[in-house]
Unconditional design. Structure first.
Length: 91
């Protein structure tokens, strides 16, 4: 089997699996929405338990901090780690 054939099969396999994962994610999201609709609480299945809770997240407002303390903002600014991705593009 040539290298090009291996790559074609690998790309096709990746795309097929990605499509399947999207369908499964949609089904999982629908089931999750139904559990959330039941309200806060603990819900038992045969092998798993799901806890639904509502919280109010708190985030750091970096824009306001930068405006209020520009020198501190610059001193603590850090570059993130590189991220490698593979994106599917249709033909």
């Amino acid at each position: 089997m040539s290298n090009n054939t291996k790559i074609l099969r690998l790309v096709d396999e990746y795309c097929a699996l990605n499509a399947q994962s999207k369908v499964l994610a949609e089904q999982a999201d629908a089931a999750k929405a139904k559990l959330i609709a039941l309200g806060d609480g603990s819900y038992n299945g045969t092998a798993h338990k799901v806890v639904v809770s509502t919280s109010i997240p708190v985030r750091f407002d970096s824009v306001a901090f930068k405006e209020a303390h520009p020198s501190l903002y610059e001193a603590f600014k850090a570059q993130g780690n590189p991220v490698t991705s593979a994106r599917i593009h249709g033909r």
